[in-house]
Ligand binder design. Sequence first.
Ligand code: C2O
Ligand code: CU
Length: 500
Amino acid sequence: MRRGVAAAVGVAAALALVGGCGVPLSVSSVTAPDDFDTPLPVPPLAPSQVAADGTRTFHLTAQEGTTQFVDGVDTPTWGFDGDLLGPTLRASRGEQVTVEVRNELPEPTSVHWHGMHLPAAMDGGPHQPVDPGDVWRPTWRVDQPAATLWYHPHPHGRTEEHVYRGMAGFFLLDDPAAPDVGLPHEYSVDDVPVVVQDKNLDDDGTLDLDGGEVGVLGSLVTANGVHGAHLAVTTERVRLRLLNGSTGRTYSFGFADDRTFLQVASDGGLLPAPVEATRVRLSPGERAEVVVTMAPGETVRLRSFRPDLGRIAAGFAMGANDEFDVLELRAAEALAASPQVAEVLTTLEPLQAADADVTRTFSVSGREINGRRMDLSRIDETVEVGATEIWEVRNDDAVPHNVHVHDVQLRVLDIDGDAPPAALGGLKDTVYLEPRRTYRLIMRFEDYTDPDVPYMLHCHLLLHEDEGLMAQFVVVESGEAAVDGPQRARPPAGSSHDHG
Ligand code: C2O
Ligand code: CU
C-alpha cells in the first residue's frame, strides 16, 4: 500500500481514530548503525564550463541507480549523475548560470532550485516538467547573498517519492564581495555539506514508501546517503552545512556531549551574528550552517535529540520520541589551526511590519491552504512587483506543517506576537509551523514579473505538498492581472526544452 491510514482518511478523521486510545499512527523506531566506520562521502563539486560571455553551465542527469544502505542489500535508488543524491553546484553572486537538466528516469520529473531568487519560468516547479529523454535548460543570474541552497525534483503530486528515492543535491552560493568573517571554507575538508535523509526498507531491500500522517519516518537515518558514517576532522573548527533532505522527519541536531556550537547561517545565508546553541531544529527543507570546535584526538557524534515539535496532538508521535546519532566526528591527533569566527557576520536590512504594503493571511490545515487544495490552473495570490508583504501563516492543526515560499528569502517578524529566537532571525525560505501558532513573515518581491508562470508556496512535508497543501502566486507589474488557465503549463519562455 502506497499511503498510510492518515493520508487516506484525512487529518480530522485520523485524529478521531487515535481518539482516546493514544496509539500513535506513525510509530518509528530508528535503527542505530553497527558502527560509524564508513568515511562520510562528500558530494563532488559539479564541473562547469564558463563561456566567453561569463555564463557558467552545469549538467545534471536524473537517473536510476542502486545503493547499499545496508551492507550487502542492493536498494534501487535515484540520483543526479549517480546512484543517489547529486553533485554540489557552486556559483558566485553576479554570475549567469545555466543548468542542462537531462531526464533519464522512466517518468517525468523536474528540478527546483530551493531558496534561489530567479524568474518563475526557471524555478523548476510543477509547471516545468522534464519528460523522459528531454533536456531542460533554465538560466538566471545569481543575485543574493552567499548561502547553502539545494535542488530537488518538484513534479506535480510526485515530489515526496522523487526526493525519497534520493534526488537531492546542494547548490552553494558564494559572495566574493562579502568580508572574511573567519568561517572555515575549504570544501570537504573543514566546510562540509551534510544532507540527512531517513529511509525504510522492505524485506526485499526496496525503499518502503508507506508512511503515516507526515509521510515516511525512516528507521535508517543517513548522512550523505550513508547509515553510520564518520567525518575525519583535521582542523580545530569544522563547518557543517546541515540540510534536512527528509520528506517528513524533523530533526533537533546537537552533539552527544551537549557541547555548544555556533549556528552561523540559516536557509538564505549568514545570521547577523553567530548564535551559541546546543540544538538546531530543522524541519524538511530547512538548512543551518554550524561551526563546531574539536579537541585533538576526540570523537563526538552529531545527534538528533527528541525534537520539540510544539503542541502536537496526543497520540501522534511523528518522530518526537526519536533520538539517534547521525554522524561521528573523529578528530586527528594534531589539528590545524582555524580562524576565529567574527562576532558580526553580516548586516541584514531591518524589515519591519511598518514597511509592508500588503498583508495576506494563510490558514494551513489538513491538505489545504485557506480551505483550498492545490490546483495547477488556479492562481491563488497576485503580488505586485516592488511590494513588501506580510504573510501571516497559521498552522490550524494539531500536527506539524511547515511553509516554504519560492522566489524570496523572507524574515520571521513574530510568532504569536513574540520576537523569533535568534536562530530564526536571518534569511529563511522554509519555516517550521508549530501546531496552533501564527507566524508573521515579511518579504519583498523585487523583480521578475511574469503573469503567466506562478511560483509555489507549500508545506515541505512532501506528502502534504503532494496531497494538495500548496498554492500558487504570480508576481506582476503594477495593475497587471494574472493569467489563469492551462496555458501556463506551456514550456516556459526564455528557457529551452528539447529531446536529448
Ligand atoms: Cu524545496 Cu517547492 O520546494
Ligand atoms: Cu504539512
